[in-house]
Design a protein around this ligand. Structure first.
Ligand code: ADP
Length: 473
């Protein structure tokens, strides 16, 4: 069972950069090479031992035969002596025969004569002087032939055939068993290695899983604890934990700084703005140049106050210190209220409301802030006189509010980034229309803080639609 679990699937196998696949394939390749090397060596050794023994035996007969014939022919004729020598050296596994130069059989082993076995051997012509393994009639023969000259008489060609079928069959079946065993051993070793590597890499996987969903908000809460992990991985986890803790402190310090600076600057700037506005209101004897300068200073002060307020809001949201006064809100009423607030915009704002009441849980002021921000953007980034359309609808258990404009649109590549802090699509274009680049990130923080989601669909020069979804209450 563990083999099935630990063997990587096809998708994992294609990922050759994975440490697990690399190690498994590497070790499996080495073990396959090692095992096949051993098997080949064993087979080669066994084959040599088997063949060499028989070859030596064949050579011995080939060397001894002429002297045997000579000894026998001292008592009888050369032909008779040849027959006797053949009878003497033949046995069930060794067949001998002599052919005259004319190709006739001068003498042959009894078994050949009786046609018991190996009769096809006699018809073979190209048998070399060195013993060679040949398969004849489904049997393995070691064959060799030499010239037979005794007492200066050319008796013809002497042939030796050794039947090694039994040994060769045994060797072949042994080789098959060995191959099968090594195949099973390879599969087993590879499976065991894959399982072992997977188990060893488990702590690294757990660590990556633990750190996968870390966000700036959860940096300080992460605890990387690995039981039974190798010491190297534990050390890595410890280092990562220390780094995360340091990062969390740095992040917290940065948020605190932004929050404090925004807060400290906002108060004096509000005072400055108040003085500028009252001076402008009461300054009847101001020259045109002085009035223009004061107006610029006042609008810049207001813009900076807005930026500081946005920064403060974001810092509070990230600290988890942004509190929502949640209540049931009838979106139809809220949007009608907003319609009354936006009449001063240069573009017509059309609000389309359904007959049924759409209720959500939210903070009224924060929701107003969200819609006013989106309407403000829609007006800022529209250069035609096409109206801005706000559509409310209810779809199953969701309230759906769309803010659509026919303005400049947002290129696809920027659509995922516009919710980032200080991100502006085209700095030059955006600077002309004012803004800080924080509006949409505040909108997103507020919407998500109240349990909703926000999406954007846009096409350059066609227009943009922001869709906000809230669960209905
Ligand atoms: P800004 O203060 O610059 O408006 P926002 O966070 O509100 O900052 O918007 C980020 C960027 O998204 C803007 O600079 C603008 O380029 C783009 N954007 C936002 N709303 C629209 C819109 N309705 N049409 C086109 N572009 C938009």
């Amino acid at each position: 069972m563990f083999l099935i679990k630990s063997f990587p699937n096809v998708k994992q196998l294609s990922n050759l950069t994975s440490l697990r696949i690399r190690l498994t394939l590497g070790i499996a390749a080495v073990s396959i090479l090692g095992l096949s090397g051993v098997v080949i060596l064993i087979c080669w050794q066994m084959q040599s031992i088997l063949v060499v023994t028989h070859k030596n035996n064949t050579r011995y007969i080939a060397e001894r035969f002429p002297s045997d014939v000579k000894i026998y022919s001292d008592m009888v004729s050369l032909q008779e002596g040849t027959k006797k020598a053949i009878d003497n050296l033949s046995n069930p596994q060794t067949l001998l025969w002599v052919k005259t130069p004319q190709g006739e059989i001068l003498a042959q082993s009894q078994a050949l004569k009786m046609g018991m076995r190996g009769t096809n051997l006699i018809s073979l012509t190209d048998i070399s002087p060195q013993p060679e393994l040949q398969r004849v009639n489904n049997r393995y023969w070691l064959l060799c032939s030499t010239k037979l000259v005794v007492k200066g008489v050319d008796l013809g060609q002497f042939y030796i055939a050794q039947d090694i079928t039994k040994d060769q069959t045994m060797f072949l079946s042994l080789m098959r068993t060995l191959l099968l065993v090594s195949l099973i051993a390879t599969i087993f070793i590879t499976g065991t290695i894959a399982w072992y590597i997977q188990t060893s890499l488990q702590p690294l996987k757990r660590m990556s899983h633990m750190t996968k969903y870390i966000s700036p908000e959860t940096l300080g809460e992460v605890q990387i604890q690995l039981e039974n992990a190798p010491s190297e991985v534990k050390e890595l986890a410890h280092t990562l934990q220390t780094t995360l803790t340091r990062l969390s402190h740095a992040w917290e310090d940065q948020r605190q700084l932004v929050s404090n600076v925004s807060h400290e600057l906002r108060t004096p700037l509000t005072v400055v703005s108040g003085y500028l506005q009252s001076t402008l209101r009461r300054g009847n004897n101001l020259t045109d140049i002085q009035r223009e300068a004061l107006e610029t200073a006042s609008s810049e002060a207001d813009r900076t106050i807005q930026l500081l307020q946005d920064l403060l809001d974001l810092a509070r949201a990230e600290n988890g210190r942004m509190y929502f006064h949640l209540e049931t809100i009838v979106l139809n009423e809220l949007l009608a209220e907003i319609e009354g607030m936006v009449y001063q915009y240069s573009l017509p704002i059309q609000i389309s409301l359904p007959d049924e009441l759409v209720k959500v849980k939210g903070d009224k002021n924060r929701l107003k802030q969200v819609f006013l921000n989106l309407i403000d953007n829609a007006v800022k980034y529209s250069h035609s006189l096409e109206p801005i359309i706000i559509k409310l609808s209810q779809d199953k258990q969701q309230a759906n509010i769309q803010v659509c404009d026919r303005g400049v649109g947002i290129p696809l590549a920027d659509q995922t980034r516009i919710f980032e802090r200080f991100y502006r699509v085209d700095e030059a274009r955006s600077r002309n229309v004012g803004g800080t680049g924080l509006g949409l990130s505040i909108v997103k923080t507020l919407v998500e803080g109240m349990g909703g989601t926000i999406q954007v669909i846009s096409q350059p020069n066609q227009g943009t639609t922001f869709t906000i979804l809230f669960p209905v209450s």
